[in-house]
Design a binder for this molecule. Structure first.
Ligand code: DX5
Ligand code: ZN
Length: 235
C-alpha cells in the first residue's frame, strides 16, 4: 500500500493577509503548493468566522492549483450543495457536524469531488468503519479546529497509525486494494511532518509556518524534503 503513497503538501490561507489575497495565493503557488486549503468557519462549529461560498468561488477562479475546502460549519448537510457549486476540487466535511455522513460523502462523490472526512482530535477513527470506501481523504485534525498557529497534538500520531491500520485490516478482510489518503491539519513543521509520515500520513496542510516565514518557498521545500526522507525510510 505504501507505494501508492505520494506526499501532498498544501497551504492554508487562514493566517494569510486577507487584504492581499491574490498575492498570498501566488506565494503558495510559486512555492509549489500541491493545493490551497481554504478554512471555512461559521462562528458556531468553531468560534471565528472566516469566509463563505463567494470567496471560495473567487479563489477557485483565480488559483491554478486545486482548491481544497475545509468546512468547519455546524450545518454541513444543508450547506454542502452550495459549497459543491463553488467548484472546489476537494471538500472536507467534519464527522461531528454531519447528521448523515454517508449521504454527504456520497454527494461529493456524485459531484466528482475528492471526498474528505475530517475528525476532531477526540473523534475516534472507528467512525469510518462502515463507510470506509466513501472516503478519499481522512483528515486527522492535529489541533482542535478553529485557529491557526497551534501546537501539533502528539497523540494524533497514534491516531494516524490507527487509521492506517483500519485501512490495512479492511483490505485484508475484504481482499481489496482500497486506498484513502491520510491527512493532517494543524501544527505542521519540519519535525512534526516527519513523525506524521512515519505514522502513515501522506497529505499535509501548512498555514502559519508558511505565511509567517520570510522565505515561504524554503519552508515548503524543507517540508517536502523532510517528508520524502521519512517516507523512504518507512518504505
Ligand atoms: C485549523 C485549520 C488549519 C490551520 C492549519 O482550524 O483548519 O487549516 O490553518 O494551519 P497551521 O499551520 O497554522 O496550524
Ligand atoms: Zn483546515
Amino acid at each position: 500500500m505504501e507505494n501508492q503513497k505520494k506526499i501532498n503538501i498544501g497551504v492554508s490561507i487562514l493566517n494569510a493577509d486577507y487584504l492581499n489575497i491574490e498575492k498570498e495565493i501566488d506565494k503558495a503557488q510559486d512555492a509549489g503548493a500541491d493545493f490551497i486549503h481554504l478554512d471555512v468557519m461559521d462562528g458556531s462549529f468553531v468560534p471565528e468566522i472566516t469566509f463563505g461560498q463567494m470567496m471560495v468561488k473567487s479563489i477557485k477562479k483565480y488559483s491554478s492549483v486545486p482548491i481544497h475546502t475545509h468546512l468547519m460549519i455546524s450545518n454541513t448537510d444543508d450547506q454542502l450543495e452550495s459549497f459543491i457549486e463553488t467548484g472546489s476540487d476537494a471538500i472536507m466535511i467534519h464527522a461531528e457536524s454531519c447528521r448523515h455522513i454517508y449521504h454527504c460523502l456520497n454527494k461529493l462523490k456524485e459531484a466528482n469531488i475528492k471526498a474528505g472526512l475530517a475528525l476532531n482530535p477526540a473523534t475516534p477513527v472507528s467512525v469510518i468503519d462502515d463507510i470506509i470506501e466513501m472516503i478519499d481523504c481522512l483528515l486527522i485534525m492535529t489541533v482542535e479546529p478553529g485557529y491557526g498557529g497551534q501546537k501539533f497534538i502528539e497523540n494524533m500520531n497514534l491516531k494516524i497509525q490507527k487509521a492506517d491500520f483500519a485501512l490495512r485490516k479492511y483490505n485484508e478482510n475484504t481482499s481489496r486494494k482500497f486506498f484513502f489518503e491520510i491527512g493532517t491539519d494543524g501544527g505542521i513543521n519540519e519535525e512534526t511532518i516527519k513523525k506524521a509520515v512515519i505514522s502513515g500520513a501522506n497529505y499535509f496542510t501548512v498555514g502559519t509556518a508558511f505565511y509567517r516565514s520570510k522565505n515561504p518557498q524554503k519552508v515548503l521545500s524543507a517540508l517536502r524534503e523532510a517528508s520524502q526522507r521519512a517516507l523512504e525510510m518507512k518504505i
